[in-house]
Design a protein around this ligand. Structure first.
Ligand code: NDP
Length: 336
């Protein structure tokens, strides 16, 4: 069974690739450079070219970016589209964030419809960003909720809004495409909040850490020693659970036509600090000391039952996730 995976060098995608291979799929992945592609192949020395190969797609924002790769590939059964910019060091919100997210998504769907009639399902990495109403939170979030952001708001000067909007518009465009074009495939989206978890050593160095793990490294490095509130929280999930959800979304028939809010729940600054102190005590002196935390009240409720019931994914604990994250970073040279 053949899968086309975009952005295989990414933090989440590297774990998706791992699980696809474990589950016996044959994978062609896209990367932006030969160097990254070769690193991926080197990490799986026992796999033949039929089982794992890569193609270069330098910029997903470009018209027809995926055409060549899909035309010349085998008869894929599934496509998993993860590639999308996730960082805040941009100056042009349209060119650097919105266009690649939105055009990358519509572009790949058009190309599949035109050139790969064998594809049965497309799974897209969306985000909690496409659900949340932050900062004016609703009482409860589940898969029925959509971020109400407008394109005008997206292009103003709040970088978080721009990123969230890029995920919202890209996901909307995907559902609209399927609805209007009635293509050969159905769609499932994975909507994770903050993703923590181990980095895959062969791809990472300390100067290109993915955006979401930076919350953990900032604490470990003492950057958040003085100005954080212990009860402030984020919704989070472990990268291995998110990756498994992507693969289950192609394996489970009933996943078609559904969004999946893959969240493990809330993690407070205190949870994070306590876990770092317990699992990697050498960072203890960099951590804030929180006193008299009292009762924690969370800003909203969430429902992750669809992920557990339909995909059968269980969520890892904070301790396992944060502990493994730091351990993986120490392996690639992170110190304090
Ligand atoms: P990474 O930055 O590690 O991965 C992003 C991937 O997209 C990389 O492979 C990157 O290539 C590729 N990419 C970005 N822009 C382009 C472009 N213009 N053309 C071609 N490829 C591009 O981040 P994550 O793994 O965290 O993110 C993966 C997906 O998950 C994204 O869609 C993101 O929005 C989503 N997500 C992430 C969350 C998180 O907390 N991490 C939470 C919710 C959703 P390269 O490495 O060469 O730059």
């Amino acid at each position: 069974v053949k899968v086309f995976l975009t952005g295989g060098s990414g933090f989440i995608a590297a774990h998706v690739l791992n699980i696809l291979i474990e589950h016996g799929f044959e994978v062609v992945t896209t990367v932006r450079s030969k160097e990254k592609g070769d690193k991926i192949l080197e990490a799986y020395p026992n796999l033949s070219k039929d089982k794992l190969s890569y193609v270069i797609v330098e910029d997903i924002a470009k018209e027809g970016a995926f055409d060549e790769a899909l035309k010349s590939g085998p008869a894929f059964d599934y496509v998993i589209h993860t590639a999308s910019p996730f960082h805040y060091n941009f100056t042009d919100p349209v060119k650097e964030i919105l266009d690649p997210a939105i055009n990358g998504t519509t572009g790949i769907l058009k190309a599949i419809k035109s050139y790969v009639p064998s594809v049965k399902r497309v799974v897209i990495t969306s985000s909690f960003a496409a659900i949340t109403h932050a900062p004016n939170h609703l009482k409860l979030y589940d898969e029925s909720v959509w971020n109400p952001v407008t394109y005008e708001e997206a292009t103003k000067d709040n970088k978080f809004t721009t990123y969230r909007a890029s995920k919202t518009f890209a996901e909307r465009a995907a559902w609209e495409f399927v609805e209007k074009e009635k293509p050969n495939f159905d769609l499932a989206t994975i909507n994770p909040p903050f993703v923590f978890g181990p980095v895959i050593g062969y791809l990472n160095s300390l100067d290109n850490l993915n955006t979401s793990n930076q919350l953990i490294t900032d604490f470990a490095l003492g950057k958040k020693k003085d100005d954080t509130k212990p009860t402030e929280s984020v919704q989070w999930v472990d990268v291995r659970d998110v990756a498994l959800a992507h693969v289950k979304a192609i394996e489970v028939a009933e996943a078609g036509g559904k969004r999946f809010f893959t969240t493990a729940g809330f993690l407070t600054n205190k949870d994070l600090v306590d876990t770092i102190r317990e699992t990697q005590p050498k960072y203890a002196s960099n951590l804030p000391t929180y006193e008299n935390v009292g009762e924690v009240s969370y800003p909203f409720d969430y429902d992750n039952s669809r992920v557990r019931n339909v995909l059968g994914v269980q969520f890892k604990s904070i301790k396992e996730s944060v502990g493994d994250t730091l351990a993986s970073l120490v392996k690639v040279g992170f110190s304090h």
